[in-house]
Design a protein around this ligand. Structure first.
Ligand code: HEC
Ligand code: HEC
Length: 231
């Protein structure tokens, strides 16, 4: 290769990459409103983003691929966990994760900040990012459909969609609070008590460390039947 060919490869290579990069950037800015759901960008969402920054949550967590790989990705956390669970985890990780070997520190987040974070997670969860991260798509579908079209979902989808942020079943979901097969074998609760445990855990066992679940009574009954069927 002569000096001149090397220069031409360098020159046109750089030029064509720069043109492609510029075109993609312009294309993204034209479609930004669609992809990022800017119409839902409220002040509370922005406040939540600032809480995320204030406590450096992404030292350990990733969001849209950025951040530390120590703790779960937060892009679709809203659908994986729902509002109450997120607030409880963020404010009292030492209670919710008392049995987990990994540790999230209690950072002293206030309730208002936790609610702002929920708004932020709800917004990021709705960004059109071509179903990424793929492992969360099942939770997103189950969350969206469990109250409106539960009949098209399997029982396992509903159970994991509602409880899979902390419980496991047949190697799916996160096992930080017990596998439903083990829970079913050990539990002495009847159907009504299980339903109560989901909707108002403190009235059944105030030391459990499980937050009240954002599920309707109908969904809670369906899940209670499922747990009891595993006995
Ligand atoms: C020092 C590392 C660290 C920091 C900083 C941290 N977390 Fe965590 N977080 C964790 C770990 C580890 C887990 C998983 C705990 C487990 O599995 O026992 C977790 C779990 C969570 C979960 C539940 C995720 C899921 O999929 O079940 C949420 C929500 C969460 N963190 C939010 C936050 C927020 C919001 C902040 C900032 C205010 C934050 N975290 C800061 C380490 C951290
Ligand atoms: C944010 C985490 C979290 C979510 C989500 C969650 N749980 Fe739990 N759950 C816990 C914790 C923590 C415990 C206590 C575990 C322990 O002490 O070993 C628990 C325990 C239980 C127990 C056993 C109670 C007992 O006294 O032995 C049942 C039953 C249960 N959960 C059902 C559910 C159902 C059903 C759902 C979904 C509707 C759900 N959980 C969602 C955290 C969670």
């Amino acid at each position: 290769m002569t000096r001149r060919t090397a220069f031409l490869i360098f020159f046109f290579g750089t030029l064509s990459s720069a043109v492609i990069f510029l075109l993609l950037t312009i294309d993204f800015h034209r479609k930004k409103d669609i992809y990022t759901d800017t119409s839902a960008l409220t002040e509370q969402v922005v406040a939540g983003k600032n809480v995320w920054k204030k406590y450096n949550c992404n030292d350990c967590h990733t969001m849209l691929g950025f951040g530390g790989y120590y703790a779960p990705d937060m892009t679709k956390a809203f659908f994986r966990l729902g509002e109450n669970n997120i607030i409880a985890i963020v404010m009292h990780p030492e209670e919710v994760y008392k049995n987990s070997f990994r540790k999230m520190p209690n950072l002293g987040v206030t309730e208002k900040e936790a609610r702002d974070l929920v708004a932020f997670f709800k917004w990021t969860g709705n960004i059109e990012n071509r179903q990424w991260p793929p492992q969360d798509e099942k939770y997103v579908a189950a969350y969206r459909m469990r109250e409106s079209a539960a009949q098209v979902l399997t029982k396992t989808d509903i159970v994991l969609g509602a409880c899979g942020g902390c419980h496991a079943f047949e190697n799916q979901g996160r096992d930080v609070a017990g596998d439903f097969n083990d829970i079913a074998k050990e539990t002495t609760y009847d159907r009504d008590t299980l339903v109560k445990l989901m909707l108002d855990p403190d009235s059944v066992d105030p030391d459990l460390g499980m937050p009240a679940q954002n599920v309707s009574r109908e969904t809670a009954e369906l899940i209670a039947d499922f747990i009891l069927s595993l006995k």
